[in-house]
Design a protein around this ligand. Structure first.
Ligand code: GAR
Length: 263
């Protein structure tokens, strides 16, 4: 009996492992496909949209300035976790509702209660789609079930590490790209997931090339990336989603090699 177990267990484990590796990418693809189709359908059906932001809000401004390009996306609110951000100012400028969801400062890791508070306020305004524009919190999974959305991040999320995870996530990604000797930086619009800067890539902006032998300032590069490319890419993606002209099979869009402007 012991002999049989010694012989058979490793084989069973190998089969299990192999099938897990074979199934996983397929399952991930199906998951992405379902999420994308859900978002594409919501965007076609006149959703009520809130923008989530924590900082200066230059992307929020760019999105709202160009809202005539996506008339069936009804921008109704701007939500923030930071009272010091520009959110309330921009909301009053565009006559949108302003939402402030509270941090639980005594328990900063209790993001669940933060997202419950935010969900209550979004529900009250009948919001059903979210556009993340510099919102600096990791989303709670339960929140995503009710409020799907898309995000922009100042890195090319198709650049992966050895185990297939996007290499530049979280804060300070431009400095990290400089240190790693990347030849360009870019921004990505992707579906929001409950992990930092992960989720199906929808579009990658044009590349801002980095020359060798130059000492760059990461903050200045970030401002340039936002101004030249993020403020163009995010409205382009919203235009495509809002007009129902984007399908899963086309992804990821690459502005460096494709013309993403549509009439
Ligand atoms: C943008 O560059 C956006 O890509 C980034 O925050 C900035 C917000 O700027 N988002 C992330 O880093 C998400 N991980 P803004 O407030 O001027 O739009």
């Amino acid at each position: 009996m012991i002999h049989i177990l010694q012989c058979t267990l490793p084989i069973q484990m190998k089969i299990k492992l192999r099938s897990a590796y074979m199934i996983k990418p397929q399952v991930a693809k199906q998951h992405d496909h379902i999420l994308f189709d859900r978002i594409a359908n919501i965007c076609k059906g006149n959703p009520r949209v809130a923008i989530l932001m924590s900082g200066t809000g230059s992307n929020t401004q760019a999105i709202l300035e160009q809202r005539h390009r996506y008339p069936n996306l009804n921008f109704a609110a701007i939500a923030t976790d930071e009272l010091a951000s520009q959110a309330s100012l921009i909301a009053s400028q565009y006559k949108l509702s302003f939402i402030f969801a509270k941090h639980h400062d005594d328990h900063p890791w209790r993001t669940k209660s933060f997202f419950y508070d935010l969900a209550d306020k979004l529900r009250y305004l009948n919001i059903n789609f979210l556009v993340y524009a510099g919102f600096m919190k990791i989303v709670h999974p339960a929140f995503l079930i009710e409020f799907p959305g898309i995000n922009i991040h100042p890195a090319d999320l198709t650049i992966k590490d050895k185990i297939g995870i996007p290499r530049y996530r979280g804060l300070g990604v431009i400095q990290q790209a400089l240190v790693a000797g990347e030849r360009y930086i870019a921004s990505t619009v992707h579906i929001i997931e409950a992990k930092t800067d992960c989720g199906l890539v929808i579009a990658i902006s044009k590349h801002l090339p980095l020359a060798t032998g130059i000492i760059y300032n990461a903050d200045k590069l970030h401002e340039e990336l936002k101004l030249k490319y993020e403020h163009v890419l995010y409205p382009q993606v919203l235009t495509l989603l809002g007009s129902g002209r984007l399908s899963y099979d086309q992804l990821p869009l690459r502005a460096e090699y494709q013309d993403l402007d549509i009439s």
